[in-house]
Design a protein around this ligand. Structure first.
Ligand code: CU
Length: 219
């Protein structure tokens, strides 16, 4: 235990961790004027037991944000418009430079394979998981929709969902597509799997904003 309050040094805490019995008026006075100095980074070191912080302020580091966006794909049957599957919401906005974690929950158990020669069943421009498993492609026969922004090289294939469960309700499949939003602007996304109407499956919902197309705004 320290008892000498006449010391010019600031008294350290005793070795057993208990605070000094007396710091004395001088020590408190020292601490009072050392504090602003320390905050300015002007005092690099002080005696170990001094309660004044001596850490040097660190420069702030800019960290690109990660944003989470969520979309759902509903079947035409779910919205009482047969043959019109729908992304909802169909317009999303993210900050420029952000890492975008886009979760797409699809309830559609209908397959819409690509015509031969099309490769939109491959993941491009980002990384993808399907129900938690990393994938780089989805079998074309198992393809239901895609989230595609060709001008940005982004493509996320979305496989068919499991269909109705034991309770009769449609069970979803969950795709998480992660990509970086590097370019600002408003970009149209389009499903490339022929899930719409007409002989090619490219009509109806495929050509209509708010269904199989929409926008990604990077601002
Ligand atoms: Cu589609």
């Amino acid at each position: 235990m320290f008892t000498n309050t006449r010391s010019n040094k600031i008294i350290s805490a005793s070795q057993d961790g208990s605070p000094p019995a007396h710091k004395g008026r001088r020590a408190r006075h020292l601490a009072a004027w050392l504090t602003p100095l320390a905050l300015l980074g002007g005092v690099a070191t002080l005696s170990a037991g001094c309660s004044t912080s001596s850490t040097t302020p660190k420069a702030a580091t800019a960290v690109a944000p990660t944003v989470h966006e969520y979309m759902t794909i509903l079947t035409g049957g779910m919205i009482k418009r047969k043959g019109w599957p729908k992304f909802t919401p169909s317009d999303i906005t993210v900050p420029k430079g952000a890492t975008v974690v886009l979760t797409i929950v699809s309830y559609d158990d209908g397959a819409a394979p690509l015509p031969s020669g099309m490769t939109y069943n491959n993941v491009t421009g980002g990384t993808e998981t399907v129900d938690g498993k990393a994938v780089t492609t989805v079998a074309n026969s198992n393809l239901s929709h895609t989230f595609t922004i060709a001008s940005l090289g982004l493509n996320a294939p979305i496989p068919v969902s499991p269909g109705a469960g034991a309770n009769g309700e449609l069970q979803p499949t969950t795709v998480v597509f992660t990509f970086k939003a590097t370019k600002s602007g408003t970009f149209t996304f389009q499903c490339m799997a022929p899930c719409g109407s007409g002989p090619s499956g490219m009509g109806g919902a495929m050509m209509t904003n708010g269904y199989m197309k929409g926008t990604l705004t990077v601002a």
